[in-house]
Design a protein. Sequence first.
Length: 246
Amino acid sequence: MGKFSGKVVLITGGSRGQGAAHARAFVEEGAKVVITDVLVDAGQALAMELGGSAVFFKHDVTSEEEWSSVVEETEAIFGPINVLVNNAGIVISKPIEETTEAEYRKVIDINQVGVFLGMKAVIPSMKKTSGGSIINISSVDGLRGNPNMVAYDASKFAVRGMTKTVALELAQYGIRVNSIHPGLILTPMVVQEDVADSVDQLGEHIPLKRGAQPEEVSKLVLFLAEDASYSTGSEFVIDGGLTAKF
């Protein structure tokens, strides 16, 4: 019997990187996990790897209709949702003068609107369990500015603010809402070609002199999901000391 036996966890952007690490960690602790993503092959492969404790749904987090469908199907298979990890996100690294409106809106739609829709969609399900934990993955760039990241930073600052507001609204139902602010985490999104220079520059300034593995973030996610019973509306930084001087 693991710590999360009998608990149902929904993780967006769960096919690879941090999301996949979180899914594995929850399953290891006995949870039933729903993985959602637009990366179908990777998501299905992960669900097969995890066995009967996990299922995968193709899911566009910018669609309110798809959110409703995912919650409904989750309840039909596993029951009401106890934990939501809003992990899905993208990054575009460009100076503002080179960032198109379409690129800006794409980042905002996935990183910000997707989180809003996710929180809204799971509330009725969590009320059925008389509590719950919503964990929104923001970034250290939701705490400070970073050149060439105008769309990403805007979305991650918004996640931080939404987290605090929704935490105040949902406290009466025993639903906690917190944000995690990772620094350099070595995932496919971070090491993609168009942000490689930024990643190299960032690595030079990390006090611990390394990026983190996704599994290190998973430990914090599991803590917020269960043991952080008196924490809500808060941000939790995991960045190797990067923002300590700010």
